[in-house]
Design a binder for this molecule. Structure first.
Ligand code: ADP
Ligand code: ADP
Ligand code: MG
Length: 652
């Protein structure tokens, strides 16, 4: 076994790998970018080395820098985690060339599965069912469009080099094909440096069912059962579970054998996942699943497999990389109970799931029996715009599915995150959604149920805002009391609040950045704060910062601050026409220029922010002016990109 490991990753997965490595008695070596100097994975490891500035292309993706660091720190092996360099065959090769073991499959196996078109061709040869479609070399738009027509709509355009749901577009109608192809190719080119695509039949009522496989260097390959990852948004997994609802032991054998055949066809060694798409229209069937791709690394959702098998997959990875045989045989790894994982993200479900960055003012997980938390951050840490904004994975295990889902909902409801917005409420709503609980769902479930799941703009939470106002009021009173060194009186706070009635006052606030007014009534029993007649919810959790109060109620966060009238007016004057970046990102395409006449809803620019493309559209008809960016430039959250001035209204 190895005595030391360099972990070429960050975040929760770096922490998770370090934990197993330590248990196995290894010296753990972290690498970090400047954005991560204080990160948990750095603190957790025995040693840590700076590898560059925050952008991944200048740090975590630098093969040479990481190999140099591994040599300098005398690491026996390198674990790549997931993402970053984990599926770069050149990296696997560079490790081996430097005499350092790569904890992952041979470079050739990564290469064989790296491009979806070649992988599909290979799988066809190996007798594994693949999704019908076109995965040849021709890339002329006209040709691809004809193929799409032949395959039959709906089709899915996929980047051959794709991953993480990027460069993928579902097309319903022939008329929409050209635009979808162009945007898929652009996203693929920018994300992977390879704009080539393949076209697939879009499977109806699709279920994503994947098989965890493991191989050793002695030619043994087994599978560790399936995971169902059908709850997705934009082709990215949100909740994963094992076993898959509706899976029979026979079908598990059939799919497991297909996955093992796929792995054997490329001489696979180590942990890998064979992803299948299944037609769930009439339940899972032996003739209703097709190979999509193989991920030649540890998967984000591997903990659900660990919980139903009681195994440590990272330990297996180390053992296999060190040349040991697989610790168990196929018959010894049957599933026990049910496990579910939810990906807790810093994002805003009420506003299109835009990533939400910033400092974690409070962080407390709903730990409990059968609950596992995998995280890479702690309170006080910053969710930066540079990397994936996942805060943690909340994983539960229970004897059966219903109990596991209830346990997960409870754990999510106990979790406290203040600072960035999160998907906590949304995840809990998913766990409690009746159809999902009944096992009646496919990959379109989330999109079809956004309203029921609360993923739409909501009314402000007045009870939470009033709770925040109470805290601010008490804080002001205390401040004034300190100043006067006498008992507080509502009249003292007249410098900040307008005095309206006899003993009642109003308090101008900003609630989530929008102007609001609190009414403060002084009753014999004390001050009562109302917002639009709604009283404060005493059970809401208030977290104070110097300028504001973050109030959490049912996982939802409301930020309350005192407003002075002047700044509020300034903020409102801004409403009209200024097109601002919704978040830190990169301008991928500018679709207008100064002087362009645009109509309401027209696409103005495309921004790539962290994971996805976002189109900026015109808020009304008008003319573009003040264009201040160029394609390719980086922009900060809130930065003005251009203005769209409305035409003068004609009076008659
Ligand atoms: P997939 O969605 O490709 O089937 P996973 O669910 O395991 O597989 O997602 C892992 C992928 O997500 C990575 O390949 C990477 O593109 C992206 N990703 C997610 N989190 C991170 C992270 N912290 N660092 C880098 N990449 C990440
Ligand atoms: P990535 O590398 O981005 O993970 P995949 O090929 O694994 O790409 O596809 C991502 C997701 O898109 C799948 O999990 C599935 O939900 C959906 N998907 C992929 N192919 C199809 C298809 N042919 N029909 C329906 N859905 C699909
Ligand atoms: Mg995939």
């Amino acid at each position: 076994m190895f005595s030391s490991v360099l972990i070429a990753n960050r975040g929760e997965i770096a922490c998770r790998i370090a934990r197993t490595a330590k248990r196995l008695g290894m010296r753990t070596i972290a690498v970090y970018s400047d954005a991560d100097a204080q990160a948990l994975h750095v603190k957790l490891c025995d040693e840590a080395y700076r590898i560059g500035p925050p952008p991944a292309t200048e740090s975590y993706l630098l093969i040479e820098r990481i190999i140099e660091t591994a040599l300098a720190s005398k690491a026996d092996c390198i674990h790549p985690g997931y993402g970053f360099l984990s599926e770069k065959p050149d990296f696997a090769e560079a490790c081996v060339d430097a005499g350092i073991a790569f904890v992952g499959p041979p470079a050739d196996a990564i290469r064989a599965m790296g491009l979806k078109d070649r992988a599909k061709a290979l799988m066809e040869k190996a007798g594994v069912p693949v999704v019908p479609g076109y995965h040849g070399d021709q890339q002329e738009p006209k040709f691809l469009k004809r193929k799409a027509y032949e395959i039959g709509y709906p089709v899915l355009i996929k980047a051959v080099a794709g991953g993480g749901g990027k460069g993928m577009r579902r097309v319903e109608r022939h008329a929409d094909f050209d635009e979808a192809l162009e945007s898929a190719m652009r996203e693929a080119g920018s994300a992977f440096g390879d704009s080539r695509v393949l076209i697939e039949k879009y499977v109806s009522a699709p279920r994503h069912v994947e098989i965890q496989v493991f191989g050793d260097s002695h030619g043994n390959v087994i599978h560790l059962n399936e995971r169902d990852c059908s709850l997705q948004r934009r082709h990215q997994k949100v909740i994963e579970e094992a076993p898959a609802p509706g899976m029979s032991a026979d079908l598990r054998d059939t799919m497991g054998m297909a996955a093992v055949a796929a792995a054997k066809a490329v001489g696979y060694v180590g942990a890998g996942t064979v992803e299948f798409i299944a037609d769930g229209a009439n339940g899972l069937r032996p003739d209703g699943f097709w190979f999509m791709e193989m991920n030649t690394r540890l998967q984000v959702e591997h903990p659900v497999t660990e919980m139903i098998t009681g195994l440590d997959l990272v330990e297996w990875q180390f053992r296999v990389a060190a040349g040991e045989k697989l610790p168990k045989s196929q018959s010894e790894v049957a599933p026990r109970g049910h496990a579910v994982e939810a990906r807790l993200y810093a994002e805003d479900p009420e506003h299109g799931f835009l990533p939400s960055t910033g400092k974690l003012l409070a962080l407390d997980f709903g730990k409990g029996d059968g609950v596992r938390i995998d995280t890479g951050v702690e309170a006080g840490a910053e969710v930066s715009p540079y990397y994936d904004p996942m805060i943690a994975k909340v994983i539960v295990h229970a004897p059966a599915r219903e109990a596991a889902l209830a346990r997960l909902a409870e754990a999510l409801e106990r979790t406290i995150v203040a600072g960035p917005k999160t998907n906590l409420t949304f995840l809990a709503a998913l766990c409690r959604a009746p159809d999902f609980r009944a096992g009646d769902f496919d990959t379109g479930f989330i999109d079809r149920n956004l309203v029921q799941l609360g993923a739409v703009a909501q009314e402000p939470d007045r009870a939470a805002a009033a709770r925040g106002a109470e805290v601010l009021l008490a804080r002001e009173a205390a401040r004034i009391a300190r100043r006067h060194a006498g008992p507080p009186s509502p009249w003292d706070i007249a410098d900040a609040f307008q005095v309206s009635g006899a003993r009642d006052t109003t308090m101008p606030l900003l609630v989530d950045g929008k102007p609001a007014m609190a009414h403060v009534a002084y009753r014999p029993q004390g001050a009562v704060v109302l917002i639009d007649g709604v009283a404060a919810e005493p059970a809401a959790i208030a977290i104070e910062t110097p300028g504001s109060v973050h109030v959490l109620r049912g996982g939802r966060q409301t930020v309350v601050a005192l407003r002075d009238f002047e700044s509020a007016e300034g903020a409102e004057a801004d409403g009209d026409g200024a097109i601002r970046a919704p978040m830190h990102g990169k301008i991928l395409a500018l679709l207008v220029e100064n002087g362009s006449k645009v109509t309401k809803g027209q696409r103005l620019a495309v921004i790539e922010a962290m994971k996805m493309e976002h189109a900026l559209t015109a808020p009304h008809d008008g003319t573009v002016s003040e264009l201040s960016v160029t394609a390719g430039s980086q922009i900060a959250e809130g930065a003005k990109i251009m203005a769209v001035t409305a035409p003068e209204e004609k009076k008659d």
